[in-house]
Each structure stands twice: as structure tokens, then as C-alpha cells.
Write a protein that binds this ligand. Structure first.
Ligand code: DLL
Length: 433
């Protein structure tokens, strides 16, 4: 089912006209209501009327996390505070959070884009939706919650953690759609085995997983262990939260709800716009947000955009799975390495569990990478020789893909800390990195 066929299946030309109209309106609101943008436009001598075509977007300045932080807490609101009905905050690991506000209309838009997201994964009002994303300042829990209610699902607001209770509710209430981070889905799957539960005891048929980078092999593992169809969903606090883009049944790319969020891909070094199909940094402009609209926000996420229509009938531009963040990129002995490349390699090796950690140290002047990965119980109880073979196979494959040698350490099943939210995969112990 398509939630909103008018907007989701719109003719491309018609959508471009809609985007231009909405962008003009947004830029005019920013110029008048937000001093930060008034000044930024003045600096480049730009008037809202100068936005004559979508190509003119490239003239406008970017906004990045620093600009948002500098205006902490509510300096970039485009409406009076009295119109704000909710705030959320980004889950940044260091320093000041970024606070974002929503008007009642924004909450409505958000619920709509989440209802679309759930429909993309096959959801209907007959579904029982268990939300194991964290509730609170993080956008995952409440974002999915309002959208699930909008669709008419029976919503179970579990929040993250409390794994045994999650499984009990899942079984007893016959949950059909699970919403959580992919790493927590793996945690739930492991715990299921421990409780002696099988996927046949559950009624799951679909999952909406996102908020962190994950791989095709993690998808296969989750689908197999939980007995569901796993869908990638993407979003970020600064733009709205989850509900920016979602994978339909065709899978492989995510539909960007580009009647609300205008996407661009740029070269992360030069800032130049890149053509369709080329990989670069995603930039989003929120076209309809009232309280906290952002102009050309640099996400640091790496992806590519595709404009050909999808077999599902939706005409939204599609984005590729996120392969990493520009600030996640590890530079190891001068070689650029993304954790997702390592995850993909590990997924190809028989007997290796999808739980891993990357530890970076410095040996003398050189960077050293250690890949710690759990092996399955069968492999773990195998002969030393068997373990050495697995270790060697991983090291060789990593060398082939990355061009550098990594130390591979096989660790006992369940020895790597399980996450309930976004997994922490990188431990960087290098000084002055
Ligand atoms: O993670 C919003 C969200 C909640 C998305 C639930 C999906 C599901 P933030 O905490 O602001 O918001 O983090 C945003 O998470 O810039 C990406 O780096 C990463 N991210 C989000 N979705 C995906 C995904 C939420 N599907 C940051 N694949 C983004 C890879 C993702 N990375």
C-alpha cells in the first residue's frame, strides 16, 4: 500500500515545481525570521526572489553542525517559542547537543512521513508495531510512535532495552513489525536463542531498522534469525528524525520523501554539487518545517542519488544505503577505511558472528588496526587449527579489500558488548589523532 499516492507518485516535473515553490517559501521565512540566515544571505547579496530555479540552490550557503551548535539552544527557531510543542536533541557523542523544535504542524508532517515509511515496509493499520527505539530526546521512539498511530497500528511503546520483556511482549502481543536499530535487532535475536524461543514462536513479518550504518550481511542475519523482511530507514534529528527516507519492498535504495526534504549530493572536500549516481555527501534542505527549517544541511553521510522510477510506483528520488560518514572515515597508515567495508568483509566469512569492534592504536609512528570479531559457538569449540584458518581468511580478505594488514582477534561468542541503541564499533586509542 502507498500511504499518500498523490505526493509519493507525482510526476517528476510536477514535483520539481512543488519543490521550487516550497523552497522559495522556506527561504523567504528564513530571511525574515532567523537572524543567522538574514546575515548569511546578506553576505552573498542574495534575495529570496533570486531563487528562480532549483539550480539556484547551489548558490546558497551550507549549514553544518557547528552553525547549529553556535546557536544553541534555540537560536535558529523560525517561529516564536510559544508555537513550539516539542523538542528533541541530536545524539552527538561529544559536547553540546543540538536542540530542534517542532510546531504542531511539524509533528503532523513527521507522522505522515513515518506512516509512509511504515507502508513502504508493507505496514497497514492491522499491524502490531513494537517500538524498541529509545524514547526521550532521541527522535527514534516518539517519531515512530506518532507515525504508527497515524497509520492506525497497535503501537507498543517499549523504548530500548529490557530485552527479556521485549521478547515476552513480542510473543504475547503477536508483534508483526519491529522498529529498532539493526544492532539491537541482532541483540534481540541472540537473546531469543538464549530464552529457547524460535522465530516460529513469534509473528514478526517486517522490521524498520536504521539510525546507524549496517550491511547487507547484517540484513540477512536479522531476516534469518527473526523471520522477517528487514527494511532500511533513514533520518536525522536536524532534518526531522526518522522518516526522511525508507526502503520499499524492492529494497536496495531508500525513497527520499522529497516533497518535504530536498536532497543534494556534494563533493565533501570542494562542496561542489555532484550529478546523479555519483557518491558523495548528502545535503538536505527541509522545505516544509516550520519551527526549525534548515538550509543545505551537511549531513556528513555518504550516499548517491538515483532519479529513475522504482518498480513500486513511487517516483521519489532514491538514495543508496549509507556507507559511512565523512567523520567516521578512519585514516589508517594513510589509507581511507570505512567501518562498513570491514563489516561487509566479515559478513562473507562463514562462522563469524555479526558482532565486531575496531580498535585503533599506534605502534611507534604507525597506526595499527585490530579487528575483534565474535565467532559462532561451533567454530569457537573447534580445533585451534580451525580458528587459525578463520583468522587467516579474514585477514586475507581485509587485506584484499582495504589494502592494509589488520590484526584479527577472534573472541568468544557474546563477549562484545551488546547495544540497545546505536552500536559503538570503534575504539580509537591513538593519541593526538
Ligand atoms: O538516528 C534518526 C533515526 C531514528 C533514523 C530511527 C532511523 C531510525 P540522529 O540520532 O540525529 O537521528 O542520527 C542521525 O544517524 O546522520 C546517520 O549518520 C545515521 N543514520 C540514520 N539512519 C541511518 C541508516 C537518527 N539507515 C545519523 N543507515 C545520520 C546508516 C543512519 N546510518
Amino acid at each position: 500500500m502507498i500511504w499518500d499516492p498523490y505526493y509519493e507518485c507525482m510526476d517528476l516535473e510536477q514535483r520539481r515545481e512543488l519543490q521550487l515553490r516550497r523552497l522559495r517559501d522556506m527561504v523567504a521565512r528564513l530571511a525574515v525570521n532567523v537572524p543567522y540566515y538574514t546575515q548569511a544571505f546578506a553576505e552573498i547579496d542574495f534575495q529570496p526572489a533570486d531563487l528562480r530555479s532549483l539550480d539556484d540552490m547551489a548558490r546558497l550557503p551550507f549549514v553544518d553542525k557547528h552553525a547549529l551548535r553556535d546557536n544553541y539552544p534555540l537560536g535558529l527557531l523560525a517561529v516564536p517559542e510559544s508555537e513550539v510543542v516539542r523538542i528533541h536533541a541530536s545524539s552527538g557523542t561529544t559536547g553540546q547537543p543540538i536542540i530542534v523544535g517542532y510546531t504542531a504542524e511539524d509533528i503532523n508532517t513527521w507522522s505522515e512521513t513515518i506512516a509512509r515509511t511504515l507502508c513502504c515496509s508493507g505496514g497497514t493499520r492491522h499491524d502490531i508495531l513494537q517500538i524498541a527505539y529509545g524514547y526521550g530526546l532521541f527522535t527514534g521512539g516518539l517519531g515512530l510512535h506518532y507515525g504508527g498511530e497515524r497509520l492506525g497500528c497497535m503501537v507498543i511503546p517499549m523504548s530500548a532495552g529490557n530485552t527479556a520483556k521485549q521478547l515476552m511482549m513480542m510473543r504475547d502481543l503477536k508483534t508483526t513489525i519491529l522498529a529498532c536499530t539493526p544492532s539491537y535487532a541482532l541483540t534481540l535475536a541472540d537473546a531469543m536463542a538464549e530464552e529457547g524461543m524460535t522465530k516460529e514462536d513469534l509473528s514478526l513479518r517486517s522490521g524498520v531498522f536504521g539510525a546507524e550504518v549496517w550491511s547487507e550481511s547484517a540484513r540477512q542475519a536479522v531476516e534469518e534469525m527473526l523471520g522477517l523482511s528487514a527494511h532500511d530507514i533513514y533520518g536525522l534529528t536536524e532534518i526531522i528524525g526518522p522518516g526522511v527516507s525508507a526502503e520499499c519492498e524492492v529494497k536496495g535504495t531508500m525513497h527520499v520523501f522529497d516533497d518535504h526534504f530536498y536532497p543534494e549530493i556534494i563533493n565533501p572536500v570542494t562542496g561542489e554539487s555532484l550529478p546523479a549516481g555519483e557518491k558523495g555527501e548528502l545535503v538536505f534542505t527541509s522545505m516544509t518545517k516550520r519551527a526549525f527549517p534548515v538550509l543545505r544541511f551537511r549531513t556528513r553521510d555518504l550516499s548517491a542519488l538515483h532519479y529513475e522510477p522504482c518498480a513500486c510506483g513511487r517516483t521519489h528520488v532514491r538514495m543508496e544505503r549509507i556507507t559511512g560518514r565523512t567523520d567516521d572515515m578512519l585514516i589508517i597508515r594513510g589509507v581511507n577505511v570505512f567501518p562498513s567495508q570491514i563489516e561487509e568483509v566479515l559478513g562473507q566469512v562463514e562462522g563469524v558472528a555479526p558482532h565486531y569492534q575496531l580498535v585503533l592504536t599506534r605502534e611507534g609512528r604507525l597506526d595499527a588496526l585490530e579487528v575483534r570479531v565474535e565467532v559462532s559457538p561451533e567454530i569457537f569449540s573447534d580445533t585451534v587449527r580451525g580458528l587459525e584458518d578463520v583468522q587467516q581468511e579474514i585477514a586475507d580478505r581485509l587485506h584484499h579489500v582495504l589494502g592494509i594488514r589488520a590484526k584479527v582477534t577472534l573472541v568468544e561468542p557474546k563477549s562484545i558488548e551488546r547495544s540497545v541503541g546505536k552500536a559503538k564499533r570503534i575504539i580509537d586509542l591513538r593519541e593526538g589523532k
